[in-house]
Design a protein around this ligand. Sequence first.
Ligand code: SAM
Length: 338
Amino acid sequence: MTTGLDAASLLAAAMSFQRAKLVLAGLELGLFDLLAEGPADETGIRERLGLHPRGTGDFLAALAETGVLERDGHGYRNAAAAQQLLVRGGPSYMGGFLHVADQIMYPAWGKLATALRTGEPQAATYSSGDMFGQLYNDDGKRSAFVGMAEDASRPLISALLRAFDWESCGSVLELGGCRGNVLASLAEAYPHLTATVLDLPALRPDFDAHMKALGSTGKVGFHAADFFTDPLPAAEVVMIGHCLVDWTDAQRRALIAHVFPAVRPGGAFLVWDPMIVPGAESYLRNLTRSLNLQLMTPHGVNYRADALAEMLRDTGFTEVRHGELGRDVTLMTARKPA
Ligand SMILES: C[S@@+](CC[C@H](N)C(=O)[O-])C[C@H]1O[C@@H](n2cnc3c(N)ncnc32)[C@H](O)[C@@H]1O
């Protein structure tokens, strides 16, 4: 049983794209980076960002009214959340993700009705069947995608370090581990681990450069392969995060069957994704994310946690459990019998 909105809330929901664009335009213009250097008044902001007088005053006042900025006698400054999430170079920067949200997701959401009629994705960037082949052939698109993926997984890393008994584990293989951002932290915290990223060959140069930048060269291996079709190296723990949502139920099932022989007996398989859990606080947000995947990818859909659990049990995994890893993200763990 759900309850209806009042009229004002319904209209606010219908027009909420305007609120979204206030933040995204601020990011595109470099407003939050500028205000990270210190407070500025409207004239100073206009001059430094090259903005026209017509809309700037209303734009800044609206951002202050919505709590993204704060205003006092000296002018505007970033509110704490804007300083944390929207300023380039900060540890919680979400600009890589929000840049893709602005440039790719936002126009695609304009075609939601078309997607619902046709079932076809609407994002210009990821429209071919070979989503990753198309993305990775273009340096700009590849780097925007990697930035978006890491912004989404970075906030989960500390929880992931606590969510499993890594002390008792000798080896870990991360499927779709991208540039190794997650495994580098795991290997740093648990140096005894043999940690390997498995990802598409096109990502090897990005992986090597990222490991060098983190000082993790040699601490995490890279295995170039296709996780659907190539043999998978064996490990005590195989894990995959923010990947299974990109595919159909049949592909998820095939991948799980392919993973099973790679998990050493007594070992575990870990999956994290924004799974749909009816009744959970994340339910609406993850339904919306599912529509986003349908707009953005040829096959993607946010699957239900209970459907994944069933697939894991069908494949032979036992002790299938799930819990919250981070906001809206479920971690499912499954054991392979010894
Ligand atoms: C959404 S990203 C997630 C990256 C990383 N797990 C994270 O959460 O930050 C999906 C990853 O899956 C990889 N991938 C996609 N298809 C693959 C395939 N067939 N074989 C191996 N890796 C694949 C992509 O290259 C990318 O790194």
